[in-house]
Design a protein around this ligand. Structure first.
Ligand code: ADP
Ligand code: TRP
Length: 327
């Protein structure tokens, strides 16, 4: 069983990314084979500053390793270090019907807002299909927003297999990540880079404190009875606390006499403790860029061995590669 997933380096990772995705990638890393990559080619559809893209790609690698991605168990690589991806994207593009892409959310949303979309955004799902099919992936852990892309991937794989009367591509299955883990941002809406409401994973402590203090709450005073279930501070606390600790804080909310400042302090302390090992690991990793390079290099090498095998199969199936045949 091969597990594969990718994450875009479009910013520094935040609590939503960790609890909604990264934590679960890491939990799946001890499958026979796990491939995780940083989707820098996809990020090109949004980031136009080369220095920024480079920085986010690098920091993404450091973050993933600090959070527990173990290169002895899972291959970690950068998407653009596997050039086979681009060729497979083209092969798949030739079997992609326009209507399949026209109904994909990312493109449809932009179009409905009247924003001009480029061909990169339009064909984004084909690149994603290539990411998945290139390694004979069986299982792809993703958030619900990405399930449509896995369906497109299956469609393209089936269509290619059918058109060329072959079994070149393995049909992948999505594994939908727990949606209940939808993490609220500091304004109470879903935490997302695009809403500017994130709490980044590895902020310096002082900044983290400031950020947590800026979480929006209602205007109840210290004495008032408060509702834990509608409070983003409490929702965030739940990410880090066990059931007993959650109950204890909920009781304080319901008893009155506790201000939101106290609850925020508990979130700060609990989050620092929760990520303390990862923070330590990150500091060590930062001091050893050669190690990170090495991990990414070895990850890409492994991915390319598998990728080349599948690409060769696909090329042969559609009549490419005359130099490697004896005719
Ligand atoms: P962002 O919305 O900040 O741009 P991405 O779309 O790059 O984040 O998300 C990467 C992964 O993190 C996806 O699998 C997504 O489902 C997950 N994720 C992002 N934000 C949240 C959140 N607030 N709660 C749960 N999961 C999230
Ligand atoms: N599109 C995914 C996202 O925005 C990232 C991604 C790119 C991906 N290629 C992938 C995820 C292949 C799973 C498999 O979250």
């Amino acid at each position: 069983m091969r597990v594969l997933s990718g994450i875009q380096p479009t910013g520094r990772f935040h609590w939503g990314n960790y609890f909604g995705a990264i934590q679960q990638y890491i939990a799946l890393q001890n499958n026979d084979q796990a491939f995780y990559f940083i989707a820098d080619l996809h990020a090109l559809t949004t980031i136009r500053d080369p220095a920024v893209l480079k920085e986010y790609t690098w920091e993404a690698a450091v973050d993933l390793l600090a959070l527990g991605l173990d290169p002895a168990q899972a291959s970690l690589f950068v998407q653009s270090d596997v050039p086979e991806i681009s060729e497979l994207t083209w092969l798949l593009m030739t079997v992609t019907q326009m209507h399949l892409l026209e109904k994909c959310h990312a493109y449809k949303d932009k179009k409905s807002k009247g924003v001009a979309a480029d061909a990169g955004l339009f064909t984004y799902p084909v690149l994603m299909a290539a990411d998945i099919l290139l390694y004979d992936s069986d299982l792809v852990p993703v958030g619900t927003d990405q399930v449509q892309h896995i369906e497109v991937t299956r469609d393209l794989a089936q269509r290619f297999n059918h058109l060329y009367d072959t079994e070149v591509f393995v049909l992948p299955k999505p594994r939908v990540l727990d949606d209940s883990a939808k993490v609220p941002g500091i304004d109470g809406e879903k935490m997302s880079k695009s809403y500017g409401n994130t709490i980044e994973l590895f902020m310096p402590e002082k900044k983290l404190k400031k950020k947590i203090n800026s979480i929006k709450t209602d205007s109840k005073s210290m004495e008032d009875v408060k509702d834990p279930d509608s409070c983003p501070v409490f929702a965030l606390y739940r990410l880090f606390a066990d059931a007993t600790q959650q109950d204890a804080l909920a009781q304080k909310y319901q008893a009155g006499g506790m201000g939101y400042g106290d609850a925020k302090k508990q979130v700060l302390e609990a989050s620092l403790e929760y990520f303390s090992e990862a923070r330590d690991r990150r500091e060590k990793l930062e001091a050893d860029p050669d190690y990170i390079q090495d991990v990414l290099k070895q990850g890409a090498q492994k991915a390319r061995v598998k990728g080349k095998e599948v690409l060769d199969r696909a090329r042969a199936a559609c009549g490419l590669g005359h130099l490697s045949t004896s005719k």
